[in-house]
Design a protein around this ligand. Sequence first.
Ligand code: KG4
Ligand code: ZN
Length: 380
Amino acid sequence: MIVLGIETSCDETTAAVVSGCRESVSVLSNVISSQIDIHKKYGGVVPEVAAREHILNILPVINTSLKIFNTQYSISNQYKNKKYPIDAIAVTVGPGLITSLITGIETAKTLSYAWNIPVVAVNHIEGHIYANFIKNKIFDTRHSTLETHHSKFPSVILTVSGGHTMLVLMQGHGKFKTIGETRDDAAGEAFDKAAKMLGIGYPGGPAISALAEKVSNYECRVSNINNNIRHSTLDTRNSKITLPRPMIDGVDFDFSFSGLKTALRYALEKDKQWEKRIPEYCAEFQQAVIDVLIHKTIKAAKKYDAKTIMLAGGVSANKKLREQFALKTSELLPDTVLQIPDLKYTTDNAAMIASAGYFKAKRKKFTPWQKLRVDCNLAL
Ligand code: KG4
Ligand code: ZN
């Protein structure tokens, strides 16, 4: 089955063509027009600016994606009564910015009507999760790198992006249960706000991660899951930076990152020399987030007897998070497979939307184009 994916929920205009077969999809094209450079100067996404850019970019992005898929195809081709070579159109309908989502949805409606191809409405978070079903080199804690995809349920999925931080229990395709979520800021949002405080640019995650890499004598003790992960100390020029690990010992699987952000602010206010130690602050902030995410995910995987742990969302691009997850999973849950999407499918992209669309189309979960609606607060 060939699926065209369209994603415009935030600040990336993206279209992809994937081919789905049994339990995985192959990406045939994945085109992303990023607006990061435009929003950088404002320190975050400006919805009105994002909306205008989507309108300008959506048709060229879809056309390029179709051309990469097959040089003879474009939006305006007539195909001389031949069936258009696409079986379904998958489009993000929420959650996200209303003024951004609408461009993708209206385009999908038009193409569905013009080409007479059914549409699948995709939840953006479900899309991030289905990045794990894209055929690529999957990191497996027991077999190092695997070429083939093997998904085993139940799966515990850590979904961490700029808008969401959730632990999801997946018991089969389309069967999701949220078992924990953030009570305030999302993990990516915390990275972005911390980076703003440190004056190191937007988006914050990659900026913090790059600066944290510069700290060579950073000592991190992600302890055994049975002990508290409390110690992540930094001993640079004899001064210690220690930030809290919010809710790490909580009985539930919820998260909270706004206290961590406030703790960083207080630490910076007290430290007259903080500008000289930005990489150290980055390393400690990053480690505090990682400790909480890993601890809670492994605890959930144990509780629900998960066969696989999956990571999803922009924050799962974090190198240290990926490395430490691999280490901790193999050490503490040797029978559980850890699946991490290829780096290029962690941040917003249409291939993940097409992937989720393929699995929904297989179950005949289509939405007539007349009934497609934006839902900014769509739940999983
Ligand atoms: O999934 P995504 O592209 O968009 C949303 O759906 O929100 O995630 C974007 C978020 C941003 O907050 C960004 O700072 C964060 O993902 N991010 C990272 C890294 N790369 C992107 N956070 C930590 N480390 C990274 N390497
Ligand atoms: Zn996203």
